[in-house]
Design a protein. Structure first.
Ligand code: ADP
Length: 398
């Protein structure tokens, strides 16, 4: 089957056309500045050069049309007609408590996604616009939605309830949801395959460390705890997000700076994390360089980051009463050996041993622990698009 995977943001649209049998990416690209001036689409066919075209995209409808034009183009296209696309798989950020798995789009499904808009006001409305555009432009093609939150719906109440008045959970569904679920699911399954172990009996801690970062405890194929919460702001320190802080800080900053709570939350999302602490950059490549040049703030930010990751890994080993494997994934987890080493140096009490030179790996699947390490440590590159394509096929076949 040929699956078009769509990841819609408010002004962007990422796409990949994936052949589900060979799992090969036939083409991929990105529409940027949708609804703004100078909008453009970049497109890379498999084995070909990346090309960029400036084209007016006042809405996501024009963006989808531009994607179709490229995919079916006589010289650079990879299919002759859109009828060759068997289904579209959409990433949707928030499925609330409605969705614990991927589903085919129906009117009822759309209503439920809309009901979750309040929980993810920046993301869900954009995801819905993308689905609407595909339904209008390709009315015969089925659409499947894959949720960032769905994998974590298996968490027990003890993991998802916040200790605030219970009525807020009942009235407003305020609870921990967790995100990056597609990645946590994909990476934990792949870990079991690599280790030759039964997924349904393994205890894995997945460290998805990218610009956004979350850590999850996956026990017997089910997410039992995760670091992000009602929104993707909580948990470990991230590129520009604070991660967990004392909630009173919100009121203190709002009062001292004479700004609204919403403005403080914006600061916690966009100007905090590594960028806020280092006063330099959200990108670990810059942080590493600065540390080598003796920049003390960069070093302090690095140490705080490691501490925040270690806290979750330690906690989740306790939550599961043991751990078989710890996995690093996403931009930082896959490409930054310093971070992996610094985290693992704190975990020797678990019997973890990293192999000599084994950790010098970037963006590649590898077991980096020694054969007799009590807990296996791995690098497993995530592939959210492939995971969405697989889910889409599964839903259609079910
Ligand atoms: P997002 O959450 O936006 O999907 P990514 O998973 O792409 O983020 O991670 C982006 C981060 O990965 C960058 O900010 C950078 O710190 C880190 N990163 C990417 N490539 C490298 C590399 N080669 N070496 C070190 N860090 C890297």
């Amino acid at each position: 089957m040929e699956i078009l995977v769509i990841n819609c943001g408010s002004s962007s649209l990422k796409f990949q056309l994936i052949d589900s049998e060979s799992e090969k990416v036939l083409a991929k690209g990105l529409c940027e500045r949708i609804g703004m001036e100078e909008s453009s689409i970049s497109y890379t066919p498999s084995g070909g050069e990346k090309m960029v075209k400036t084209t007016a995209m006042p809405t996501h409808h024009e963006a989808i049309s531009a994607v179709i034009d490229f995919l079916t183009d006589k010289s650079v296209g990879v299919i002759s007609d859109m009828s060759e696309v068997d289904a579209v798989g959409h990433r949707v950020v928030h499925g609330g408590e409605y969705f614990s798995q991927s589903v085919q789009v129906t009117d009822a499904v759309l209503k439920k996604i809309e009901a979750c808009n309040e929980l993810a006001p920046l993301h869900n409305p954009a995801n819905l616009i993308g689905i609407d555009a595909c339904m209008k432009i390709m009315p015969e093609t089925p659409n499947v939605v894959v949720f960032d939150t769905a994998f974590h719906q298996t968490m027990p109440e003890s993991a998802y309830l916040y200790a605030i008045p219970y009525k807020y959970y009942e009235k407003y569904q305020i609870r921990r949801y967790g995100f990056h679920g597609t990645s946590h699911s994909f990476v934990s399954k792949r870990t079991a395959e690599i280790l030759g172990r039964d997924y349904n009996s393994l205890k894995t801690i997945v460290c998805h460390l990218g610009n956004g970062a979350s850590i999850s405890a996956v026990e017997c194929g089910r997410s039992v705890d995760t670091s992000m919460g009602l929104t993707p702001l909580s948990g470990v320190i991230m590129g520009t997000r604070s991660g967990d802080i004392d909630p009173s800080i919100l009121g203190v900053i709002a009062e001292k700076e004479q700004i609204s709570t919403q403005e403080v939350i914006q600061i916690l999302n966009k100007q905090s994390g590594m960028a806020g602490l280092s006063e330099l950059s959200s990108d670990f490549r810059d942080i590493n360089r600065a540390i080598q040049e003796g920049n003390q703030k960069a070093k302090s930010a690095f140490d705080a980051y490691i501490r925040s990751v270690v806290r979750f890994v330690g906690a989740y080993a306790a939550v599961m009463n043991g751990v078989d494997a710890i996995v690093f994934t996403a931009g930082v987890g896959e490409n930054n050996p310093n971070i992996r080493k610094a985290v693992c140096d704190h975990l020797t009490f678990l019997g973890i041993q990293i192999g000599d030179g084994a950790n010098d790996v970037c963006g590649q699947e590898k077991i980096i622990s020694t054969p007799d390490s009590a807990v296996k440590v791995l690098v497993v590159p995530t592939n959210e698009e492939l995971a969405i394509a697989r889910e889409t096929v599964e839903v259609l076949n079910s």
